[in-house]
Unconditional design. Structure first.
Lengths: 310, 310
């Protein structure tokens, strides 16, 4: 694949109904692509798609139907969120891995590119240099991160042994429209929703925890770019490349929308600092994060305001 | 745990009937330990054990029975060998991972040390510095290696989040008595058996593939040492620290026992060179590999000769 042309075939997206999927579908259709999408549930009714399937990727025949006439499959797995308890996260990991070989089979047999959305915020874990590059050793400290890493490795084995056309995006901490705080997916969505609702923001520990927050439109742009990537690289960090502390996020939100703050004890599963080195994606994908944290917070707040007052 | 005393409690070994397990049981009982052992099948009838259980670790209640009155559990999982086909290896991986959280629960609830036998020959995969140290990035290229690494990571999450007292041994390419060539477990056992039987040795590619062959008695000594390790390290490479090519193994065997050679095409799943840096285990466990490849081959050949001519 040396370039992505809307006429070359549709793009299939599995797990399309969640935060990243909802944005990706809009981004791909806006760029003129025919899109096939599969989800068990949808945040918004799917619109403008060539094919929308309600269902589970694990149901026999569903993935095959999804990818009919497609040139690529973007796999955005459902499953547990980073804070899920160990047992549930472990079961979700097994479900995901049970599907991995089938996904690989489907893509190898049809010569489809597979794009897997991994987690740059959790696969590296503790004791890594910051900003963290793709060749760092991975020591995940959450089951969520261990599960994402196991999926990466299983798919990489299929790429190595069978020529699966694989690209992995290790996405840092995405935020933006359609990340709904009540699902516990991200601190920015949660905090902005609380602030708009007149509630208090909960902050864990001293607010020194640093994350690499990346605006969802930049993630979608990276996914679009990697669909046509022709180089030898297989794994790309996707983030802003900058670290922002919880305290800084709080200050930025306070400047937009004053809100009460409640301090909670630090969560033991957190690594203190997670910031990705995104120079490989910049060089190899010709991609560059465009939206600053300040701008992204403004856009997300506007979206939430527009949404809550139709 | 600041030292291992035979009177402190028994040592439980799961997956005890295979190559490593058979040698470990003998090594532990010879050192005066009370040993509980579990296996689905036994290479030799279990002797001198405080408890021998025939069964599967996945059967409810079996592991709990095994560890009754023990101070540690050594987990030597059954399952696929490195050369197993992708689909079978993937299923074995899922079975192993499904057990991981239960094993962690059992050990955490009873304050048992868990020793997990991982694979230093396969978890690192391609593109690593040689000799390879424990902090290298892991890029397994076989499903066997991906499965071992996933098990390590799941157990490490339990250690990080719940205080599981975990030690992981990344064992290179073990060889010696009870490694039976017909199971396809290792080139040394296979070649020595063929040579003794008057058959031909098959060599893949040009014989330049280099591995770190470690004699099983040295592996058993490392397992014994890690049972009482009190330091902060959790993962140890266990190997000879030296690389030996297939061609060199062949020459050493030819010197002991002349044999015909058949040349086969290289196997694509092989990494060209795998040699472990074992300096951490030397320093932290006070352990040192004692048996040279020449000496180990002699001892293995003697064992095979003794075994085939009772």
């Amino acid at each position: 694949m040396t370039g992505l042309h809307p006429g070359d075939g549709s793009i299939a997206v599995a797990g399309a109904g969640g935060f990243i999927g909802t944005n990706l579908l809009r981004g791909l259709t806006a760029r003129g692509h025919r899109v096939h999408a599969l989800s068990r549930s949808w945040m918004v009714p799917p619109e403008g798609l060539a094919l929308a399937l309600d269902g589970d990727a694990g149901t026999p025949g569903v993935l095959e139907l999804l990818v009919e006439g497609c040139q690529a499959l973007v796999y955005l797995p459902h499953g547990s969120l980073p804070g899920t308890d160990l047992q549930t996260a472990g079961q979700d990991m097994l479900k995901g891995l049970a599907l991995a070989s089938r996904i690989a089979d489907i893509c190898v047999e049809r010569s489809l590119r597979l794009v897997y959305a991994s987690s740059g915020g959790t696969v590296y874990g503790s004791d890594v240099a910051v900003p963290t590059s793709e060749d760092a050793a991975c020591n995940p400290i959450t089951m969520y991160g261990a599960g994402k890493l196991a999926m990466e490795n299983v798919l990489r084995v299929h790429a190595w042994q069978r020529g699966l056309d694989l690209r992995i995006l290790r996405i840092s901490n995405p935020y933006g429209p359609w990340q709904l705080g009540r699902k516990g997916q991200g601190v920015i969505g949660t905090w902005l929703e609380r602030a708009l609702a007149g509630g208090a923001i909960e902050i864990w520990g001293d607010g020194s925890v640093v994350r690499d927050y990346v605006y969802i439109d930049d993630v979608v742009a990276a996914m679009h770019a990697v669909l046509s990537h022709a180089g030898p690289e297989r794994i790309f960090n996707i983030g802003s490349g900058d670290g922002t502390s919880l305290r800084e996020i709080l200050d930025l939100i306070q400047a937009l929308c004053p809100v009460d703050v409640v301090h909670r004890a630090a969560r033991p599963v957190d690594v203190p600092v997670s910031v990705l080195d995104v120079s490989l994606a910049r060089a190899a994908l010709g991609w560059c994060p465009q939206v600053s944290i300040r701008e992204g917070l403004c856009r997300t707040l506007e979206w939430l305001q527009h949404r809550s007052s139709p």
